[in-house]
Design a protein around this ligand. Structure first.
Ligand SMILES: [Zn+2]
Length: 73
C-alpha cells in the first residue's frame, strides 16, 4: 500500500504480478480528509490513473469542505 505524496487520503495499490500473471489488479481509493468524500475504489491501470488525476485536479473544485471555509459571516 502506497500513499502518494501530498494526498493523505489517496490509497493506491499497484497490484501484484507473478511470473507474468496478474495476481491482483491495481486499485485506488481516495477519501478526502477535508470533506469525507470517497472516490472509488477503482480497479485496473487506466481507472487508477484516472482516479488519481481526478482527485488531484477535479476534486478541489467540488470539495464541499473547501467551499464551507469560504463562508463570510
Ligand atoms: Zn474534499
Amino acid at each position: 500500500m502506497t500513499t502518494a505524496d501530498g494526498l493523505s487520503g489517496l490509497h493506491v495499490d499497484f497490484g501484484v504480478d507473478h511470473r507474468g500473471y496478474r495476481v491482483r489488479p491495481p486499485r485506488a481509493r481516495y477519501v478526502c480528509t477535508a470533506c469525507g468524500t470517497t472516490e472509488g475504489p477503482v480497479y485496473g491501470h487506466d481507472q487508477v490513473r484516472a482516479l488519481v488525476a481526478r482527485v488531484m485536479t477535479d476534486h478541489p473544485t467540488y470539495c464541499t469542505a473547501r467551499t464551507e471555509t469560504s463562508h463570510d459571516h
